[in-house]
Design a binder for this molecule. Structure first.
Ligand code: SAM
Length: 313
């Protein structure tokens, strides 16, 4: 049990799928299932907020003060038998993992490439943010895992998504449809060292130096490739790792190779930022179990600073 091991027990986060339902409908459904909403009259400090979350009693829930489409329930709350879950009106998604999509923030109607999409948790969130308008190309190199994306997309009521089985680094950015991509979400394989509930959390296996080195090399390859898409305006890089080698060091290396892109400050109200030993640290977002009551997570966003081909013509 996590508490016995001295680890924080994370609350149960629910993201409301605003394609299939509304925030109010989900709140009403929870209330008719016997849950009681705890209301905060006004925004409170992070410490007060954390203590409110940690003191939630069984069957109580709270609307997140950062993101209204997120509800928070006590650790261990089982919603997998609820009709809300069955109908994909809610997703059981840690709050930290939604930060990447919020940072990319593609407007409705845009063309987004989700470069490492499976199992599709962020794909369906992207579609909700885009009000199901525009186009999402969900790419993954595993056809089996891409099958899960297709199921997820179908269940979530997403009609704006196509799937494509490929190695992202082999996509030719000069040819359609890739040449028209405007936004890229890059959420590549990582050590997962930020995931609290993993059985190997904190083990030497997750963070062996040779494994991290290989992952970081591959993460840099994919991120550099995303810079070659001629019409991309914003790129978000995210990991559920807390290792600096997979996060700030990846950003630092690729930044040195580009004149076309710069880091952009994301989610300014988020209190925990990238590591201060990097001069760009404060532009990026980090999340931590103890500080934010979420899994460990890292997000950075790049925006194009040189005009893209379409703008020049
Ligand atoms: N974004 C997903 C979500 O929110 O549900 C999670 C992505 S998971 C961390 C990483 C995924 O990247 C895996 O499904 C893996 O198959 C895929 N992947 C790894 N290398 C890839 C590559 N070179 N091209 C495309 N997909 C890749």
């Amino acid at each position: 049990d996590l508490e016995k091991e001295g680890r924080v027990s994370l609350p149960r986060y629910v993201r409301i799928n605003t394609i299939n339902t509304s925030i109010n409908n989900v709140i009403q459904q929870l209330e008719s299932d016997g849950f009681v909403e705890v209301k905060l009259d006004h925004p409170v400090s992070l410490e007060r907020y954390k203590s409110t979350i940690l003191n939630l009693e069984k069957q109580q829930f709270l609307q997140d003060q950062d993101f209204p489409d997120v509800l928070i329930l006590p650790h261990g709350t089982d919603l997998q038998n609820s009709s809300l879950y069955d109908n994909a009106n809610i997703f059981l998604q840690d709050k930290s993992s939604s930060l990447a999509v919020r940072a990319l923030n593609p407007p409705p109607g845009s063309f987004v490439l989700d470069a490492c999409a499976a199992p599709g948790m962020k794909t369906v969130h992207l579609a909700a943010l885009m009000e199901n308008k525009g186009k999402i190309l969900a790419v993954d190199m595993s056809s089996e895992r891409l099958g899960t994306v297709k199921e997820m997309v179908h269940l979530a009521g997403v009609t704006s998504c196509e799937t494509h089985c490929a190695d992202f680094s082999s996509l030719d950015p000069a040819v359609e449809p890739f040449s028209s991509v405007e936004y890229i979400l890059l959420d590549p394989s990582c050590s997962g060292s930020g995931i609290v509930n993993r059985l190997d959390y904190g083990s030497s296996e997750t963070s062996a130096p040779s494994r991290i080195r290989k992952l970081a090399w591959f993460q840099k390859q994919l991120l550099s490739h995303s810079f070659t898409f001629p019409n991309v305006k914003r790129i978000v890089y995210s990991t559920c790792s807390i290792n600096q080698e997979e996060n700030e060091e990846v950003i630092k290396t690729v930044l040195e190779t580009t004149k076309d892109f710069a880091l952009e400050e994301i989610i300014p109200q988020w209190p925990t930022r990238g590591l201060p030993e990097f001069d760009f640290g404060s532009l990026c977002v980090r999340s931590y179990p103890e500080e934010n009551l979420t899994n460990g997570f890292f997000v950075a966003a790049f925006q194009r600073i040189q005009p893209c081909i379409e703008e020049l013509s």
